[in-house]
Design a protein around this ligand. Structure first.
Ligand code: UDP
Length: 239
């Protein structure tokens, strides 16, 4: 085996092995896809911005006591993370109606919820990532009951911390998607990425969308929106 082998290439990232079997290197790409791959494009600078934004969020959540996979930033586009087996379940938390929930339930975009809504989706491109519930997760043996409880509780804690952080920056956290992994010791860790690709961020004053919806809906200024998030988080001006 070569020292560094491409283990997996996804829509927005490549994962490489490292000399340490417990660690992998993640390379963030500028490629963007939406609507289950139907819409494809490039957002120049996205890889670098998401690498930095995701690192920032994981470090922040780590300080709040959330166990995660992130180890450190290696270069503008690369980070080192713990090698985990990703559970094939996407966990979505919503504070307001948007996207698929707004269309499925006929709710006006932006409607504020009195309590957050947690949803699970099956990670399966061929099936179009269908919405599933805890019984489906048990039926398909996607995760144990304990892991489902852990994912739900952690997702709600992440929501509290990220909502508060973003509120300080003048941004509404509308919704977001998380993925979890299990390491060799069986520990459940927050994994994947947290970025404007995986969250909906709206400017509190203007309601302007500062996330991937700009790409999904051809709103323009996509890169600027991602850069705005990085700057509001206190990122350096030259990135
Ligand atoms: N999301 C994601 N990856 C997916 C599906 C959704 O990161 O494969 C994020 C999305 O950016 C949003 C939240 O999860 O912040 C809820 O997405 P929704 O179910 O509304 O679906 P979408 O509108 O993205 O089709």
């Amino acid at each position: 085996m070569s020292r560094e082998e491409l283990l997996y290439e996804g829509k927005a990232k490549k994962i490489f092995s490292t000399e340490d079997p417990d660690q992998v290197r993640v390379e963030y790409k500028d490629d963007a896809t939406a609507f289950n791959g139907e819409k494809q494009g490039q957002i120049p600078g996205k890889g670098e911005l998401n690498n930095r934004i995701s690192a920032f969020f994981f470090e922040y959540l780590g300080r709040k006591g959330i166990p995660h996979h992130f180890l450190g930033t290696l270069s503008p586009r690369e980070q080192l993370v713990k090698h985990v087996t990703i559970l094939p379940v996407e966990v979505v938390v919503r504070n307001r109606a948007a996207g698929s929930l707004a269309s499925r339930l006929g709710l006006e975009e932006g409607r504020v919820f009195t309590r957050p809504v947690v949803e699970f989706y099956l990670k399966d491109d061929e099936l179009g990532d269908p919405l599933i519930n805890e019984d489906h997760i048990a039926l398909l043996q996607l995760a144990t009951g304990e892991q489902v409880t852990g994912m739900r509780e952690t997702a709600l804690r992440v929501n509290e911390h990220l909502s508060a952080l973003m509120a300080e920056k003048g941004i509404i956290l509308v919704d977001f998607k998380l993925e979890f992994g299990v390491n060799g010791g069986g520990e459940l860790l927050l994994a994947d990425e947290i970025s404007p690709d995986t969250c909906r961020f709206w400017d509190r004053e203007t309601d302007e969308k500062l996330d991937k919806d700009r790409f999904r809906r051809d709103l323009g200024h996509v890169e600027e929106a991602y850069r705005e998030i990085w700057h509001r988080l206190g990122g350096e001006a030259h990135v």
